[in-house]
Design a protein around this ligand. Structure first.
Ligand SMILES: [Mn+2]
Length: 353
């Protein structure tokens, strides 16, 4: 499907949501939500969109006006290097819109105050809700992004040798993904050696890899807007401690059980509980200190999450990670993570070739 048609389809879904919520206008200021709608990357806080029953208006920097008019002739684009929000409020009044909503959760205090003063109303995050369920086009991009991450793991593993530093490995990972077509990393690349693997969110450092140490890497890229996320752990050297082997296999079993439990219609909490039970039953419950996983899409952390507090029920088209871990402070840790897409019959692993 061509870009324009995809955009018009998304706008129409959103217009229906607006109508069923009694809104005749909707403000979109979040730049990732704007990317979701238009497939065009604005920087944060430079653009305001106003969707209404009769069309879409865009208040943005002057330099974008001409390219956007070419790309989206159905959109009314206004050049405003400053005061885009105020210009949008005037346009809403000129159009005679009666009930304009804005996303209360994502709005800045300044713009939100301006919108409230103009009589706009706070609404839930409609676009966040839509973004949870990926369409075929999005799934294809997520598949490609996560395939790139997996291939990066295959490329990097043989290069992780005694004497390299965590930073050197992270740099090679990031360069490989860039050369393959990634625009950026999807979060700060984690490479940990030795005792650093026991810290789930270790900050990559100058630490040098020695013989017979644990290795953990957690990374991903952004490919055409969509994020990937993969974690792999292994022992570097031929004297692998029995306890490392033991926890690696427990974590792997938890990962497999979590993936096997996920499918459309299953509570995300149950997916977490299923994987967590494997680790708890093996006696390492207190060493699994974080949620099982999170949604992935245009952002690295989205809803729904596989955790113990969520009320979410997995839907076809959700993309979620399964990433159990066991961390033994001062010693080592293991985390294994795959990103999956939820289907009617199960969860397909995207972090693969
Ligand atoms: Mn993750």
């Amino acid at each position: 499907m061509a870009l324009q048609q995809r955009v018009l389809e998304k706008l129409s879904v959103l217009q229906n949501l607006m109508a069923s919520n009694g809104l005749d206008g909707l403000v979109v200021t979040n730049n990732i939500d704007q990317f979701y709608l238009l497939g065009f990357y604005f920087y944060p806080s430079e653009t305001v969109l106003l969707l209404h029953a009769a069309g879409l208006a865009c208040f943005t920097r002057q330099l974008y006006v001409e390219p956007l008019q070419q790309k989206f002739p159905f959109m009314h684009t206004f050049g405003h290097d400053k005061q885009a929000a105020a210009a949008m409020v005037s346009e809403a009044a000129r159009l005679g819109l009666k009930r304009v909503g804005f996303d209360a959760e994502k709005e800045s205090y300044m713009s939100g105050s301006l919108f409230k003063a103009a009589g706009f109303v706070e609404t839930e995050s409609f676009i966040s809700r839509l973004r949870q369920v990926k369409d075929e086009h999005e799934i294809a991009l997520l598949r490609e992004s996560n395939r790139m991450a997996y291939e990066t793991y295959e490329y990097i593993k043989p290069l992780v040798k005694t004497g390299v530093t965590e930073f050197e490995v992270a740099a090679e990972i990031e360069k490989f993904m860039r050369v393959k077509g990634a625009s950026a990393t999807s979060f700060l690349t984690i490479v940990g050696f030795g005792e650093n693997t026991a810290n789930p969110h270790h900050e990559t450092s100058h630490r040098v890899l020695k013989d017979n140490e644990a290795v953990l890497m957690d990374f991903g890229c952004i490919y055409r807007g969509y994020c990937s996320d993969i974690t792999r752990s292994w022992w570097h050297g031929d004297q692998e401690p029995a306890e490392y082997t033991k926890i690696w296999h427990i974590v792997d079993k938890a990962r497999q059980s979590g993936i096997a439990a996920a499918r459309a219609g299953v509570a995300a909490q149950k997916v977490d509980a299923t994987a967590r039970a494997v680790i708890t039953d093996a006696g390492y419950g207190p060493c699994f200190t974080h949620r099982l996983g999170h949604g992935v899409g245009l952002e690295i952390h989205e809803e729904p999450c596989n955790d113990q507090t969520t009320q979410a029920v997995l839907k076809k088209g959700n993309v979620v990670t399964v990433e159990p871990g066991i961390y033994l402070p001062e010693k080592f840790g293991v985390r294994l993570e795959d990103t999956t897409v939820v289907t009617e019959t199960g969860a397909d692993i995207l972090t693969r070739k």
